[in-house]
Design a protein around this ligand. Sequence first.
Ligand SMILES: Cc1cc2nc3c(=O)[nH]c(=O)nc-3n(C[C@H](O)[C@H](O)[C@H](O)COP(=O)(O)OP(=O)(O)OC[C@H]3O[C@@H](n4cnc5c(N)ncnc54)[C@H](O)[C@@H]3O)c2cc1C
Length: 302
Amino acid sequence: MERIRSGRDGRPTFSFEFSPPRDEVGEAQLWRTVRILEQLQPAFVSMTYGAGGSTRDRTVRITGQLATETTLLPVAHLTAVSHSAEQLRSVIGAYADAGIRNVLALRGDPPGDPLGEWQQHPDGLEHASDLVRLVRSLGDFTVGVAAFPEGHHRSPDLDHDARHFVNKLRAGAEYSITQMFFRAEDYLGLRDRVVRLDPEQGEKPIVPGIMPITSLRSVKRMAELSGKEVPPEVVQRLERAAGTGEVEDKDAVRREGVAIAAELSQRLIDEGVPCLHFYTLNFSRATLEVLTELGMVQPKQG
Ligand SMILES: Cc1cc2nc3c(=O)[nH]c(=O)nc-3n(C[C@H](O)[C@H](O)[C@H](O)COP(=O)(O)OP(=O)(O)OC[C@H]3O[C@@H](n4cnc5c(N)ncnc54)[C@H](O)[C@@H]3O)c2cc1C
């Protein structure tokens, strides 16, 4: 996708990830965040694809609204979970009808237990690479895929993981977005493995996914989401910020979480990444704070 590399003066671009809201209150919150972050002119925004029929319908509707009612370029996530190939074709058709031409093709996780054994739908697809091929076969779509700097939780080792990742790129994906991570070395290691395996595919941008931690509680949640523990040195910094008193210093934890995300982002910028992708959780504040810390947006006046 051209927009990923459209940063000027050696600065990377940035992008934001949103999730389908569960109800009207959540939808109002999402739109507030969208309108704030829209002003920063991100390269693209992405909308995750959730489990369950009603969430899925809302996902398609809201992603379509992002395409028609905002200045943003939406990337629609799509997973193979619980879908036959026929149903997947129909969702891709609905995205196309809504004016969406960018799809992040994912296998997805088993419903109910993200870290459990993968169950392919009897008439469905087995790997994300199959979905890349399906989306590409249905029209003029730009397709991205997921990347895992620490390895996917089901991959036996990093080389196995990188081989299958390269296969997704060879299937026709033009770029990838990574799982959240906290050590720049993990990202750089993946980038090097891809270049070693296939220099041509190594030209395709791997966009690092950044998640600012804003509370000690979310440390545990992150491990549940990604299947990887937050590194101990990061947890220690947050715990030190929380203090030793009876009441946790929540503001200090938040500031430290933003500082950690900004330091990681700066290191990645120094290493030449073309774009930074922020997991916003449908809120704008932490992302804005990191971008301000990096000097990529102006601090809010007043
Ligand atoms: C940026 C990003 C966005 C995401 N968005 C969503 C979302 O919107 N909704 C959602 O439900 N989940 C989402 N996920 C989670 C993702 O669906 C899970 O992590 C899932 O377990 C892996 O998906 P994948 O597309 O990487 O699968 P795959 O690429 O199919 O890989 C899954 C596992 O199978 C292995 N593998 C792949 N091909 C082969 C092969 N040919 N032979 C043997 N092994 C193989 C891989 O090495 C890996 O271990 C996202 C993840 C990321 C990083």
